[in-house]
Design a protein around this ligand. Structure first.
Ligand code: SF4
Length: 395
């Protein structure tokens, strides 16, 4: 392994138990180096671990006994406890709440794709989130901690294990709890393992990392894993309105984020996905649509990659919610269409189980902790929306 690879390995190994590291976060070359075994054995052991979630005491015929013993002495396959698994009554979405070893809970969503039996998994990358976007339930929690690479991978492995054959996980979306660019060492390691043929074998072109806008992370993403796609949450594009919805805009203005997204597009030849959550009376006016169309067209002209515009109908995030779903979706799209810009409307299912976009927080939705978090967050959201509205002409 090259020095860069060794440094990456060192930085992503969990410190939960130095003598028994989680096998899920290992690439075969890292495992072979760590326990000095043949790379072919390392691949077979990793494959076994990802398929079964266990390391057997007796060695299968295809794996050398000494290699398996060496791995068993240094590695384990910890899992996540399924605290809750809720199937939507409205559609085939499934929301999982996973309890971690320290008691924290993160949420994951199994998203059915158009082709029967194919799924995307929307994973969490942090417990909570520090970025405090006003329209997001997770943003109300604050940041508790980063997830380890194995905890991210395990969300996919457990969801996959619950899919009846011949169904499969087709793609992964980093759009659950947390800002993935703020935990990028572990997110990148998780993506390498998810794409590794002997581990989860997911085509990296079907993995999308969505950010609220951290330019340095976007640049690192295309330099280190150029096959992976980029999503950017816009919030609002009329000057002055975005910052009230997404405080991160104060540190990294949208123009800086778009410059980094343009570099990503040129380097990877992937068009970015721009997500825009429509909020009634906040960012859904014709003026907002016209500004969004101009932004998309300008981005395409400057970077040679037309962004895919994904409009997301707002989903309620609990008591004290200061936002409402916009009734102007069709009118908004019409303004964009008249300016030659196409959109897709994100079907954001599972809202009855809190699995829809922006709704991920803590399980139950009505528990004391959730209610407190929602209440504390609603104050921030209220001041954000007030600021947003005061930025609107004539407000
Ligand atoms: S939208 Fe994403 S970045 Fe913003 S608060 Fe929610 S989880 Fe964090």
């Amino acid at each position: 392994m090259d020095p860069e690879g060794q440094a990456r390995y060192a930085s992503t190994v969990t410190d939960l138990d130095p003598s028994r590291r989680p096998l899920q976060a290992m690439l075969p070359e890292e495992l072979a180096l760590a326990v000095e075994i043949d790379i072919a054995d390392a691949r077979r052991i990793i494959s076994l671990g990802h398929r079964t979630g266990a390391l057997p005491e007796r060695s299968p015929a295809t794996i050398r006994r000494s290699a398996l013993d060496a791995v068993r002495a240094r590695f384990a396959i910890p899992s996540l406890t399924i605290a809750e698994r809720r199937e939507s009554r409205e559609d085939p979405f499934v929301k999982y709440a996973f309890q971690l070893a320290d008691g924290a809970v993160v949420e994951t969503v199994r998203i059915p794709l158009e082709k029967a039996g194919r799924y995307s998994v929307c994973v969490s990358s942090q417990v909570g989130c520090a970025l405090a976007c006003a329209f997001c339930a997770t943003g109300k929690m604050g940041l508790a901690r980063n997830l380890e690479a194995w905890e991210i991978i395990e969300q996919v492995r457990v969801v996959r294990a619950g899919i009846p054959a011949p169904g499969r996980v087709h793609g992964v979306l980093f759009q659950g709890m947390g800002e993935p660019m703020a935990n990028l060492d572990r997110v990148i390691q998780a993506i390498r393992v998810l794409g590794e043929p002997c581990a989860q074998a997911i085509d990296m072109r079907n993995i999308t990392v969505c950010t609220a806008g951290l330019p340095a992370g976007i640049r690192r993403l295309y330099r280190e894993i150029p096959a992976v796609r980029l999503g950017v949450s816009l919030g609002a594009v009329v000057p002055g309105r975005r910052r009230a919805l997404m405080p991160i805009d104060g540190a990294h203005p949208l123009e800086d984020v778009l410059a980094a997204a343009g570099e990503h597009a040129r380097a990877t030849r992937h068009s970015p996905m721009f997500a825009y959550t429509l909020l009634a009376g906040v960012n859904d006016a014709d003026e907002d649509a016209a500004a969004l169309a101009d932004l998309a067209r300008t981005f395409g002209e400057q970077h040679g990659a037309t962004p895919r515009l994904s409009l997301i109908p707002y989903n309620a995030i609990g008591p004290g919610d200061v936002f409402a779903r916009s009734a102007r979706l069709d009118a908004f799209r019409a303004v964009l269409r008249a300016r030659g810009v196409g959109t897709i409307v994100r079907y954001s299912g599972g809202s009855d189980v809190g699995a829809a976009c922006g709704q991920l927080s803590r399980p139950g939705g009505g528990g004391k902790a959730s209610a407190l978090a929602a209440d504390a967050g609603s104050k921030r959201a209220a001041s954000a929306v007030t600021a947003t509205k005061s930025a609107l002409p004539g407000a």
